[in-house]
Design a protein around this ligand. Structure first.
Ligand code: DAT
Ligand code: MG
Length: 141
């Protein structure tokens, strides 16, 4: 596979607001290929592990409550320069600072409920992908 992968989650707010289709359309039209995808309910244990790096932050409980309150879409996507290009496509953590046309500008309402996740490095992209999918689900295609 000559392209790089990144990992994304369409978060509870975006799923609740009916944005799954619009967000996936934007991702695909931006040149990403979907390698693996499923809808799941994140358990509290899974959410605490996934966001373990933030466990001492004041917003940690709010983040775990949010991420576990309704279903999410988890997906591994590929493209040349996937991690960096996808972070550009989604925009910054705070949607009020996001540029026109980015997914967070279009579909997110607040820092805490910001519609979508994108991995921040190639290393985390692989770790986060393997958190939800087996190697063969991602690479044997
Ligand atoms: P990103 O999702 O842009 O990588 P992050 O890794 O710094 O941002 O934080 C992970 C998530 O935690 C973020 O998407 C939403 C939540 N979060 C971050 N900062 C927050 C804050 N100041 N208040 C509430 N939630 C916050
Ligand atoms: Mg992050």
């Amino acid at each position: 596979m000559k392209n790089k992968i990144t990992f994304t989650m369409i978060k509870p707010d975006a799923v609740e607001n009916g944005y799954i289709g619009l967000i996936l359309d934007k991702i695909i039209k931006s040149g990403f290929n979907i390698r693996a995808m499923k809808m799941i309910n994140l358990s509290v244990t899974q959410a605490e592990k996934f966001y373990g790096i933030h466990k001492n932050k004041p917003f940690f409980r709010e983040l775990i409550n949010f991420m576990t309150r309704s279903p999410i879409i988890v997906s591994v996507i590929e493209k040349k320069n996937a991690v960096e290009d996808f972070r550009k496509l989604i925009g910054p953590t705070d949607p009020s600072k996001a540029k026109e046309g980015t997914i967070r500008k279009l579909y997110a309402n607040s820092v805490g409920e910001n519609a979508i996740h994108g991995s921040d490095s190639n290393e985390n992209a692989l770790l986060e992908s393997l958190f939800h999918f087996s190697k063969s689900e991602i690479f044997n295609k």
